[in-house]
Design a protein around this ligand. Structure first.
Ligand SMILES: NC(=O)c1ccc[n+]([C@@H]2O[C@H](COP(=O)([O-])OP(=O)(O)OC[C@H]3O[C@@H](n4cnc5c(N)ncnc54)[C@H](OP(=O)(O)O)[C@@H]3O)[C@@H](O)[C@H]2O)c1
Length: 176
């Protein structure tokens, strides 16, 4: 059986779980982008075709695997297409860790298999049409959290949180 890499979901969501609006991020937070770049530097990315083609999309300089049901895409440079999740994970089976970049549909498919969440909470209620799935805090332990306040470049404050999946025994204790 092929080995599966550790899956790390990385996202920024508002307090009401919005991650996007009309295929764009509904905020501009330069220090959050910098943190994203630092965390994901040199790592493989897995994402849905819509997020990959978004105008503000971030691509890996190392390796991108893009999910698409349509077979009319051609692999190019460091970008490969996969027709379903099984093929995508098989392509990435030689990686130790893979960052899952979304969007909403891909987060929903993979949150149950993820080992870590790099989840920035944007401290605002924002309108949008793409949402991060519900996170059961009984399953996750916060490893670190870095707060960033409002300033002239950042319209909203935000917290860059990292969660690790609890061991099965600990998760059971916390949910009781
Ligand atoms: N705030 C954040 O951290 C963040 C991060 C990423 C994205 N976003 C936002 O999320 C939104 C996009 O999310 P979305 O859910 O609409 O789109 P998405 O998940 O990025 O992409 C959906 C597309 O991916 C392909 N796909 C997904 N799962 C597949 C599977 N199992 N097998 C084959 N193909 C599969 C399909 O492509 P085909 O149509 O080609 O078949 C599907 O239409 C945008 O607003 C974006 O800005 C936010």
């Amino acid at each position: 059986m092929e080995q599966q890499p550790a899956l790390y979901l990385i996202a920024a969501m508002s307090e009401n779980h919005v991650i996007g609006n009309q295929n764009s991020l509904p905020w501009h937070l330069p220090d959050e982008w910098k943190n994203f770049r630092k965390v994901t530097e040199g790592k493989a990315f897995l994402m849905g075709r819509t997020s990959y083609e978004a105008p503000d999309a971030l691509h890996s300089t190392y390796r991108n695997v893009i999910l698409s049901n349509h077979g009319d895409h051609t692999d190019q440079g460091n970008t490969q297409y996969a027709p379903d999740m099984e093929h995508a994970l098989a392509l990435l089976s030689d990686e130790n860790e893979v960052f899952v970049l979304g969007g909403a549909s891909v987060f929903a498919q993979l949150i149950s298999q993820a080992q870590k969440l790099f989840l920035t909470i944007v401290h605002a209620h924002i309108e949008g049409d793409a949402f991060f799935p519900t996170v059961s805090l009984a399953d996750w332990e916060m490893q670190s959290s870095e707060y960033h306040g409002i300033d002239e470049e950042h319209e909203y404050s935000f917290s860059m949180n990292v969660y690790v999946r609890k061991e099965a025994d600990n998760a059971e204790e916390s949910s009781q």
